[in-house]
Write a protein that binds this ligand. Structure first.
Ligand SMILES: [Zn+2]
Length: 208
């Protein structure tokens, strides 16, 4: 059996009604009509003006620990340690060592479950979604993770490109949705980026 042909992004030309592949110059290959308007529409609605309100679900979808179980267990140890600390200090000095172990293990588990670098990256993405300026973008790569190890539950990585004042920028975001693996490079999307640092960006709309 032949492997399926990779699907090119196609559009229906508004002038002649033919389904045509999207070339970089955005002209219909049959009648030469402009595809710019359809391309614009195919991106979906333009991101609203900042500051944008994100729903709780959208925020939670971005701020996610790498290993949820580690992080939760760490929180439990920390809480136990915090409960034991006053008891150990006031009544049971021998309990101090165990309290220290609980606090230390809790701290380490929380940090390995949600490393600081990942947390910072997620906060930056959140800032771009809230305050970022919109830019027309294009998917450049869609990569399926064989082992979803990058972030818990993240199975697809979407790379995209956009231009700010003629300068190209690249972005990359993880997605937990297997359906995103079916998306194609070349798909027109919206990105939002921080005016002070366009290296910080995200795709709009955010997942939830
Ligand atoms: Zn045409």
């Amino acid at each position: 059996m032949e492997p399926p042909e990779p699907l090119e992004p196609r559009l229906v030309c508004p002038a002649c009604g033919t389904s045509v592949p999207v070339a970089p110059e955005a002209r219909c290959e049959v009648c030469g009509g402009s595809l710019a308007d359809v391309l614009e529409a195919s991106r979906g609605p333009r991101p609203p003006l900042p500051p944008r309100r994100l729903t709780r679900a959208q925020r939670r979808a971005i701020l996610r620990p790498k290993l949820r179980a580690h992080h939760d267990l760490g929180t439990l140890f920390l809480a136990l340690g915090a409960l034991m600390l006053p008891v150990a200090l006031a009544f049971l000095r021998p309990l101090l060592l165990m309290t220290a172990i609980f606090l230390g293990v809790g701290f380490l588990l929380r940090r390995s479950g949600w490393p600081g670098a990942l947390r910072r990256e997620q906060r930056r993405r959140l800032r771009a979604l809230r305050w970022g300026l919109p830019a027309p973008a294009e998917l450049t790569r869609v990569e399926r993770h064989v082992i979803p190890s990058l972030e818990a539950g993240r199975v697809v990585q979407l790379d995209y490109a956009f231009t700010v004042h003629g300068q190209p920028f690249l972005g990359s975001i993880p997605s937990p949705h297997l359906a995103d693996a079916q998306r194609r490079p070349g798909e027109r999307v919206w990105a939002v980026y921080l005016a002070e640092d366009p290296r910080i960006s995200a795709l709009w709309p955010p997942e939830s």
